[in-house]
Design a protein around this ligand. Structure first.
Ligand SMILES: [Zn+2]
Length: 420
């Protein structure tokens, strides 16, 4: 395995900062071992700024207990957080990729690294309290307890408060790594934000994405180049497009939408097709997990179903199954929204291409394979009409994010795209 930061595409500045922090963290551990004292940090948040300087390391480069990784979807927030977690557990340096600390962290089996990946629409308070409690224990490997929270913007308010308490009075060897789209108060509370150091990631350039697809995944360079451009800087999406024919088919269906909008009826048909495609994609992605979970729970509950206390156990079992169904429904809703959002991003790319062509802007198209179609649109609609259509797609995304029913938002968008 190469260096743990190798897969963090096009984020050189962030990597430098994280390596420096990992080195400072290692110095803190060495100082602690030399003194035979507890960790040199105090738990008093008022002193946390000074405490960063412990171990004689440059405070601006130092280690801190709470971090937020921000950036657009696909820029590598969780990749960066995991790589940094590995660098903190690295026993040789700052993320060599070869030692047991690096390998187990990257493989997801390190005893002192906990990863929270919300499957539903939000992370609840119960989950967060349990996590905070476990994170306060002494690291079994003698280094750091690391908690990675993907999609920290999906914390419920109560869960956010539970986390805030832990961040305000951090156990000396605990590090929280949060991932969120931005530090906007909608994404992360101002109080949590004020306790964290922010690592901003940028949308990686298409060339850098293509390079990593070719190098790491062995994808042919021309396919990698096409997929990187089509995915608009989203590394995971680019890989899926390059490898998965179904993903390519779905994308083609989305990009056929502008051609199909020939009237009101066609607009409603296109809306239905888009919604149903998102539902089908989401179902394919969660069905296996649902079935496995339900079977596992039923097996666990099936043991000892008779005798004393059985009726109580049955009541408890019904409650647990209901809880599981609730969680699975929430996950399915999330998967549908994510699939629909990917489709809308593809569609926005098409109208963005039309707009740049109408303006004769010297930039490469997002979708090289529908560039001719976008060019025809640019002629017909001009810059203004292209911009209005692009805005209709973005308004649809915003409406769905604000909990407008997806079908209603998509129908309104299709009508706007047809009328211009
Ligand atoms: Zn290592």
């Amino acid at each position: 395995m190469p260096d743990v930061f190798a897969d963090l595409v096009g984020q050189d500045e962030a990597v430098v900062e994280l390596r420096r922090a990992a080195a400072a963290a290692a110095a803190v551990l060495r100082a602690g071992a030399a003194d035979r004292a507890p960790a040199p940090r105090t738990a008093d948040p008022a002193e946390s700024a000074d405490a960063d300087a412990s171990g004689g390391v440059d405070p601006s480069a130092g280690m801190t207990h709470a971090w937020i990784f921000t950036g657009p979807p696909g820029s590598g927030r969780s990749v960066a957080a995991r790589a940094f977690a590995a660098a903190l557990q690295c026993v040789h340096g700052t993320g060599c990729g070869e030692c047991p600390g690096c390998r187990t962290t990257m493989g997801g089996t390190h005893a002192d690294v906990r990863l929270v990946v919300p499957e539903g629409l939000s992370i609840g308070v119960g989950e967060m309290r349990a996590l905070v409690l476990r994170a306060a224990s002494t690291p079994s490997g003698g280094r750091w307890q690391v908690v990675v929270i993907e999609d920290a913007d999906r914390l419920t308010e109560a869960a956010g408060n539970a986390l805030l308490k832990a961040i305000e009075e951090p156990p000396p060897r605990t590090v929280f790594l949060l991932c969120a789209p931005s530090t906007h108060p909608d994404d992360i509370s101002v109080t949590i934000r004020s306790r964290c150091r922010v690592v901003p990631l940028r949308q990686p350039p298409a060339d850098a994405v293509a390079e990593v697809l070719a190098r790491r995944d062995g994808i042919a360079p021309d396919v990698a180049q096409w997929a990187a451009a089509a995915a608009q800087g989203h590394v995971g999406r680019a890989r899926r497009l390059a490898r998965d024919p179904e993903a390519r088919k779905r994308r083609e269906a989305v990009l056929a939408v502008p051609r199909r909008l020939t009237g009101v009826g066609a607009a409603f048909d296109a809306a239905s097709a888009l919604i149903e495609a998102a539902e089908a994609e989401a179902e394919a992605s969660v069905t296996d997990a649902d079935t496995t979970e339900r079977a596992a729970l039923e097996t666990a509950l099936g043991a000892g179903g008779t005798g004393r206390g059985a009726s109580g156990a049955i009541r408890g079992a019904a409650g647990q199954l209901k809880e599981l169904e609730k969680r699975q429904k929430s996950r399915a809703t999330r998967a549908q929204r994510d699939a629909l959002d990917r489709a809308l991003v593809d569609l926005a790319g098409f109208y963005r291409d039309a707009l740049t062509m109408a303006l004769r802007a010297p930039v490469a198209p997002v979708h090289t394979d529908t560039a001719a179609l976008a060019g025809a649109g640019a002629q017909k609609w001009d810059a203004e009409g292209s911009l209005r259509r692009l805005e209709a797609v973005l308004a649809c995304r915003a409406a769905i994010e604000a909990n407008v029913k997806p079908r209603i938002a998509v129908e309104a968008m299709m009508l706007a795209l047809w009328k211009g």
